[in-house]
Design a protein. Structure first.
Length: 74
């Protein structure tokens, strides 16, 4: 009987965790890194100008897992 070993798995070069929300209508944007601790960064791509600090960005998130600096109801 022969025993073979596999090489160790290398970390993926592309993120695989998807966010359970939408940003600018793009369903399930990709995390820049797997979610942990208290904050996460996501990749947001697409045509047009990128959002600037202070811009309002339409998002849909799970309210049970999100905290907000400000909430505006329209």
């Amino acid at each position: 009987r022969s025993i073979t070993s596999r090489p160790p798995r290398r970390p993926s070069r592309t993120p695989r965790s998807r966010k359970p929300s939408t940003i600018w209508g793009e369903p399930h944007p990709v995390f820049a890194e797997p979610p942990h601790m208290h904050s996460s960064m996501v990749f947001i791509g697409g045509p047009g100008e990128p959002a600037q600090v202070g811009d309002e960005v339409p998002v849909n998130v799970r309210m049970t897992t999100a905290t907000f600096d400000e909430i505006r109801v329209k």
